[in-house]
Design a protein around this ligand. Structure first.
Ligand code: ATP
Ligand code: MG
Length: 264
C-alpha cells in the first residue's frame, strides 16, 4: 500500500523542496517506488529532479483541472530514480481556476488514487502558502512532514500550520496526522537554534525526527546540476543527513507496521 507524505510549511525557503527531492532520491535508492508531486508554480522540485519545466506539455496543472491524467503527465527523474508529476508557471493560474470547480480541494487526491498502486511512497512538495494548492496536498496525504529552520518566528508559523491541519482533519481528511518535524539548515553553534530545537522537542516529543539536516552548501549547489544532492555529492554532510532521514522514515514505518500486526 502506498504512503503519501505532504511536505509543507507556509514559510518560504525553509528547505521543503530540498527535502522533497533528496528524500525522493533516498527512498528510491532504498528500493522504494517513489512519485514526487511538484505542487509549486516555481517548479523547483521539477528542475531539481533534472526535468526541464519549460519543455512540458502536461503538468500537475492539467491534472488538477482534469485536462490530463497523472499517468499522462508524469515524467522520470533519471538521475533520481523516481517519477515526478512536474509543475511550471501554468500552475499559478490553478488557484483561481479551481475556485469555481466542484470538489476543488479533492482534485489531487482523486488524480493520485489512479496511480497509487504503482508507488510505495508519494511525496508532495508544496508552495510557501496555505492556499488551495497546499490544501489539495493536505487532503491527498496520509501524513504531513514539516521542514523548519530553528529560529524565533518558526514556532509562531508552526501554530498556524498545526491549526490548518486540525481543520483539514475535522472537515476534509480524517486520517491526516503529523508524520514529523524536520530541523533544516541547522547550525549547532547557534544558541538560538539550540533553544528553539529544545522547545520543539518539548512540544512535539518524538514527532521531531532524530535526524537533523545541517547547513551545507553542496545541498544548495546540486539543483543547478539538475540532480539530487545524494547523486551530486554523496559524501557531503547534507547528503548523508538526507540518507539518514530516509532510513529513519523507513524504520518508523516498519515499527508502525509491527505494532499494528501485534495489535490485531
Ligand atoms: P520555497 O518556500 O520558496 O518553496 P523551500 O522551503 O522549498 O522554498 P528550498 O528551496 O529547499 O526551500 O531551500 C531554500 C534555499 O536554501 C535554496 O537555495 C536551497 O538550495 C537552500 N538550502 C536548502 N537546504 C539547505 C541546507 N541544508 N544547507 C544549505 N542550503 C540549503
Ligand atoms: Mg520549494
Amino acid at each position: 500500500m502506498s504512503r503519501t507524505l505532504v511536505i509543507t510549511n507556509q514559510k518560504g525557503g525553509v528547505g521543503k523542496t530540498t527535502t522533497s527531492v533528496n528524500l525522493a532520491a533516498g527512498l528510491a535508492e532504498a528500493g522504494k517506488r517513489v512519485l514526487l508531486v511538484d505542487l509549486d508554480p516555481q517548479g523547483n522540485a521539477t528542475m531539481g529532479s533534472g526535468i526541464d519545466k519549460r519543455a512540458l506539455t502536461h503538468t500537475v496543472y492539467h491534472v488538477l483541472l482534469g485536462l490530463a491524467t497523472a499517468e499522462q503527465a508524469k515524467a522520470r527523474s533519471e538521475r533520481g530514480g523516481y517519477d515526478v508529476l512536474p509543475a511550471n508557471r501554468d500552475l499559478a493560474g490553478a488557484e483561481v481556476e479551481l475556485v469555481d470547480m466542484e470538489r476543488r480541494e479533492l482534485r489531487l487526491k482523486a488524480a493520485l488514487a489512479q496511480v497509487a498502486d504503482q508507488y510505495d511512497y508519494v511525496l508532495i512538495d508544496c508552495p510557501p502558502a496555505l492556499g488551495l494548492l497546499t490544501l489539495n496536498g493536505l487532503v491527498a496525504a496520509d501524513a504531513v512532514m514539516i521542514p523548519m529552520q530553528c529560529e524565533y518566528y518558526a514556532l509562531e508559523g508552526l501554530s498556524d500550520l498545526v491549526n490548518t491541519i486540525k481543520k483539514v482533519r475535522a472537515n476534509l481528511n480524517p486520517r491526516i496526522e503529523i508524520e514529523g518535524l524536520l530541523r533544516t539548515m541547522f547550525d549547532p553553534r547557534n544558541t538560538l537554534a539550540q533553544q528553539v530545537s529544545a522547545q520543539l522537542q518539548q512540544h512535539f516529543g518524538n514527532k521531531v525526527y532524530a535526524t537533523v539536516i545541517p547547513r551545507n552548501v553542496r545541498l544548495a549547489e546540486a539543483p543547478s546540476y539538475g540532480m539530487p544532492a545524494i547523486q551530486f555529492d554523496r559524501a557531503c554532510k547534507g547528503s548523508q543527513a538526507y540518507l539518514a532521514l530516509a532510513n529513519e522514515i523507513l524504520s518508523r514505518a516498519q515499527a508502525a507496521q509491527a505494532a499494528r500486526a501485534t495489535a490485531s
